[in-house]
Design a protein around this ligand. Structure first.
Ligand code: PLP
Length: 451
């Protein structure tokens, strides 16, 4: 069956972010089933899903409650729009739940279908906000290098990834990128705290150069996820807050990965003390069971949008789709009922962190880091030096990722680091298996690199 799937996949399916020539030569892994923190491939191998799918399956795979909630809603009405002065029960209940669960300044939400759409919405919303306030020149969004905010023209532009910008004419005008707080890779001789301040001050410099009168917003992930789980030094976010204080610039915290318990609070903003004006959300909002995204809108912005802003000419057929909203609502109920956020903060988070940080002693690991259930291992050729990377960037990371999969654990490679974000339902026993498999993966990779 596996060979058959592979051949048909190769014949017709173009995968996202994949070199199709090498993928087809190798053959896709065919994933057929999931339960809890585990997935199964078509050859019957059981694999621990250390990436929660793609950072999204926070409540674990295969939850029958979600299937039942979707089915219940399907029996009522599967689709209706929210354009025609219409709404529906799941949209109402989900918006209400999100207002209750998010930081106090957020009492409104705009729904869309994904994280990319959420960030595209942000670009238009912040410009519309300032234009409504009589400041139409405020159009520039400052974001960060190596950030990921999606793949659409807007999201891809806001993101700071060179390979994305190199295709399709990105970035669109009006987006400016500053440094990321990536101490391990870019901190040089500075201490993490010094470097956090240094990286944050690039925002101040950019504001001075571009002119505050032209800037609409600063957009950043609390922890850069796809960029390699870049956990900022403790000095970074307070310095950003200092720079923005008293300035007319909106702060957008992209919570697509860091939302819904991943960092040990409902939102990463709470973990880092960030007071944002807008929060793009997706992924853990429905634990990926059905695609849904949104933008949480603070009272400050909502007061302008709802009223003087008039009609916001923006929306999607699937904004607040009833089935996705029902799935998200049930997902939030499960997160609350099972106290998964507390679990990440007080129980499985600290438990896994201890095991994960201990991998930092491995000869191949230059740094192990983890916040909540979101971590990275930086692989280096000659520990303890941070300065020397592997010559062929990404090769060792890919070798390690492939060993990991074969050993029964999904980790993702970003350059020469391995990244991890397991379901929030992970048990202690599964955490033990995860750490042992990661250790074996490092041993296998070291042996291969030395060969
Ligand atoms: N923002 C962040 C921080 C993300 O990590 C992602 C996806 O990984 C996105 C936005 C884009 O979300 P989507 O893939 O749902 O469009």
């Amino acid at each position: 069956a596996t060979a058959d799937y592979r051949a048909r996949d190769a014949a017709h399916h173009i995968h996202p972010f994949s070199d199709m020539k090498s993928l087809n030569a190798e053959g896709s892994r065919v994933i057929v089933r999931g339960e809890g923190a585990w997935i199964w491939d078509s050859d019957g191998n059981r694999i621990l899903d250390g990436m929660s799918g793609l950072w999204c399956v926070n409540i674990g795979h295969g939850r029958p409650e979600i299937a039942a909630a979707i089915q219940r809603q399907m029996a009522e009405i599967s689709y209706y729009n929210t354009f025609f002065k219409t709404t529906h029960p799941p949209a109402v209940a989900l918006a209400e739940a999100l207002a209750r669960l998010s930081p106090p300044q957020f009492n409104h939400v705009f729904f869309c279908g994904s994280g990319s759409e959420a960030n595209d919405t942000v670009i238009r919303m912040v410009r519309h906000y300032w234009a409504t306030l009589g400041k139409p020149k405020k159009t520039v969004l400052i974001a960060r290098k190596n950030a990921y905010h999606g793949s659409t023209m807007g999201g891809g532009s806001l993101g700071g990834m060179a390979p994305i910008h190199s295709q399709g004419g990105l970035p669109i005008p009006g987006i400016h990128h500053i440094a990321q707080p990536y101490w391990f890779g870019e901190g040089g001789e500075a201490t993490p705290e010094e470097f956090g301040i240094q990286a944050a001050r690039e925002l101040e410099t950019a504001i001075e150069e571009l002119g505050e009168e032209n800037i609409a917003a600063f957009v950043a992930e609390p922890i850069q996820g796809a960029g390699g789980v870049i956990i900022p030094p403790a000095s970074y976010w307070p310095e950003i807050a200092r720079i923005l204080r008293g300035r007319e610039i909106l702060l957008v915290a992209d919570e697509v990965i860091t939302g819904f318990g991943r960092t040990g609070n409902w939102f990463g903003s709470q973990t880092f003390g960030i007071e944002a004006d807008l929060m793009p959300i997706a992924k853990g909002l429905s634990s990926g069971y059905l695609p849904i995204g949104g933008v949480m809108v603070s009272d400050k912005v909502a007061d302008v949008l709802i009223g003087p802003g008039g009609e916001f000419h923006h929306g999607f057929t699937y904004s607040a789709h009833p089935l996705t909203a029902a799935a998200a609502l049930e997902n939030l109920r499960i997160i609350e009922e099972e106290k998964l956020v507390d679990r990440v903060r007080d129980d499985i988070g600290p438990y896994l962190q201890k095991l994960w940080l201990a991998l930092g002693d491995h000869p191949l690991v230059g740094e192990a880091r983890m916040t909540g259930l979101m971590g990275a291992l930086e692989l280096v050729p000659n520990k303890p030096s941070r300065a020397h990377a592997f010559p062929d960037t990404g090769k060792v990371g890919t070798i390690a990722r492939d060993f990991s999969f074969r050993n029964g654990l999904v980790m993702r490679a970003v350059r020469d680091s391995l990244i991890l974000a397991p379901p929030l339902t992970l048990t202690h026993e599964e955490a033990d298996i995860l750490a042992a498999t990661a250790k074996k993966t490092l041993d296998d990779t070291l042996a291969e690199v030395k060969r």
